[in-house]
Design a protein around this ligand. Structure first.
Ligand code: SF4
Length: 65
């Protein structure tokens, strides 16, 4: 599984970062991006789905393996 932030939709609420700092980081403008290649380790799957559900802009997508 991988997470991906759509930069054109992200409005920088930072909820994803607050929920899963292992998966997301924020740039100087406050917009989020996935860390590395966005691969989600098994122990972070729950957090990844929580981040998707809590993004008000629907900017985070999950790519299943
Ligand atoms: S929660 Fe959504 S809109 Fe907010 S920073 Fe994360 S990806 Fe961007």
């Amino acid at each position: 599984m991988q997470v991906k932030v759509d930069q054109s939709k992200c409005q920088g609420h930072n909820r994803c970062y607050a929920i899963a700092p292992e998966l997301f980081d924020v740039d100087d403008l406050g917009n989020a991006f996935e860390i590395g290649d966005g691969v989600v380790s098994p122990q972070l799957v729950e957090k990844a789905r929580l981040a998707v559900a809590n993004c008000p802009e629907y900017a985070i997508s999950i790519v299943e393996d």
